[in-house]
Structures are given as C-alpha cells and as structure tokens.
Write a protein that binds this ligand. Structure first.
Ligand SMILES: [Zn+2]
Length: 262
C-alpha cells in the first residue's frame, strides 16, 4: 500500500496539472458513472491529502474522496486523452492533462459530515502543516500496544506505512515491540521529527531512501535499489552488520536489528 508520501506527491503533481481547470469527468469502467456525472463540467478547485486519503474539492461544494488501498493506481497523461484502457473507475480530463484512476478502495462523493467523520478517525499527518503531534503523543503515551503497531495505526498517525515504520524506529534505536507507553517524551519527539523528515524526503524524491549518504558512501541519489534501507527487507543490518530479524506485527512484516534497537 502506498505510504503517505506517495499520496501527498500525487496530490501535488495532480494539483499542478488539473487544479483550476473545468474538468470532463467520466467512468469508462462504469462503476462510478453517477458520481462522475456530478463532477462533469465543474471546476476542480483543489486537491488535498490527509494521510493516505485524497480529497478533491470541486466548485458548488462537491467533494470527491479517494483511497487507493492496496491496488489503486493513478495514471497521468499529458496532452490529448488516450483511449481508455483497463478498468478506469474515474477519468478527469483538464485543459492539458488527463488523470485516470484504477482499482481504488474508495472513490465516492462525500458531504461535509462524511469528511468530518473521516478526518476524526485519522491521526495527525506528519506531512501536513496543520498536524498536531500532541494528538499522537496522547495516544502513544498511554498505550500498552507495541510502538510498531501504533505508528502504522492511521488513527494514531496518518501516513506512515511499513517501510517508514521499520526505518524510523531503526534510526532511533527503538525496538518495534516496545510498548507505546514506554517511550519517553524525548523519544516521541525524535520519532515525530524523524517520520516528518523521512516522509517529506520521500515526497520530494518520489521514492524511499532512508540510508544516509555517509552510511552508503555515495550520494543518496545513486544508492542502488535494495540498499536504500537499513533494516526493511534486509538480511543484515546496514548500520552494524548484525542479522535482521523479521516477524509479523500488526498484520504486516516487521524488521528490526536486535543489536541497534532495544
Ligand atoms: Zn544493527
């Protein structure tokens, strides 16, 4: 599933090519025909990301909510729209670009109440300027759940996925199995700052590279695929060389170095 940086990057890139345009909306696949008809011919005012959710604001207070889930993907075409291929749930055609959405978990028109309910279920998003880390701290500081489960719980922190969970906890020396309430305030502040930095970096670069240039011995842009993380999908820890252990935590595979993380 895409992590928050991918969603924010999609929002930014789509905003660049579509925001302000009056769009032609359709559902070539046919599963969003009524929704697309509501959007068709209206101006797309803004695109916003919150965690892994996207919100498209159209004139006349129409709001489109998209969640890609595991299989959803966007395709952007510049220039004239190509013939639709595959199961395109929603196609938005602007002045200079076309965006196709395939396979999302959610693609729906929602109202203000729906939006408020949705946002109330999401924790602060480290990539948003309005994020309030105190809300995440309030949950973590009193929880007996593992910190590795808490950081991926979208109601605690919105946007962190499996790669950043493994990597952020690793660089801070925090074992994912520690109870949330065992973290000190200093550790939490460092964790928040680290996920903010990592997600922002991923949003800019369009890929995840958590290993520093110093540790890699080369510029980060040149680090080969497979060597861009310290413990995620690594057999040996790229900080100390010790074997990396992996197990299932909160439904997803988790990686940690028992030497570096305690
Ligand atoms: Zn290590």
């Amino acid at each position: 599933m895409p992590e928050g940086h991918t969603i924010h990057r999609a929002a930014r890139k789509q905003r660049e090519v579509l925001a302000g345009d009056t769009v032609v909306a359709s559902s070539p696949q046919g599963r969003f025909t009524d929704g697309a008809a509501l959007l068709d011919g209206r101006r797309l005012e803004d695109i916003e990301a919150h965690g892994k959710h996207l919100f498209y604001r159209f004139e006349d207070d129409l709001l489109l909510h998209v969640h890609l889930g595991l299989f959803g993907r966007f395709f952007t075409h510049k220039g004239d729209p190509p013939d639709p291929r595959g199961a395109i749930r929603l196609r938005l055609v602007g002045r200079d670009a076309t965006i196709d959405l395939r396979g999302p978990t959610a693609c729906e028109i929602i109202d203000d109440d729906d939006e408020a309910n949705l946002l109330a279920r999401l924790g602060p998003d480290p990539l948003r300027a309005d994020a309030d880390p105190e809300r995440a701290w309030a949950r973590i500081a009193r929880s007996r759940r593992e910190i590795g489960a808490l950081v991926m719980d979208q109601s605690v922190m919105a946007g962190v996925g499996n790669v950043y969970r493994a990597e952020a906890l690793h660089v801070l020396g925090i074992h994912p199995s520690r109870e949330g309430r065992s973290l000190s305030r200093v550790e939490f502040d460092a964790l928040w700052a680290t996920v903010c930095r990592m997600l922002a970096d991923g949003e800019r670069a369009g890929r995840i590279v958590t290993v520093s240039a110093e540790d890699a011995g080369m510029p980060r842009s040149r680090i080969p695929r497979g060597e861009r993380t310290y413990v995620y999908r690594q057999a040996a820890c790229r900080s100390c060389g010790a074997p990396v252990t992996s197990w299932t935590l909160a439904g997803r595979r988790s990686w940690a170095c028992a030497t570096c993380q305690s």
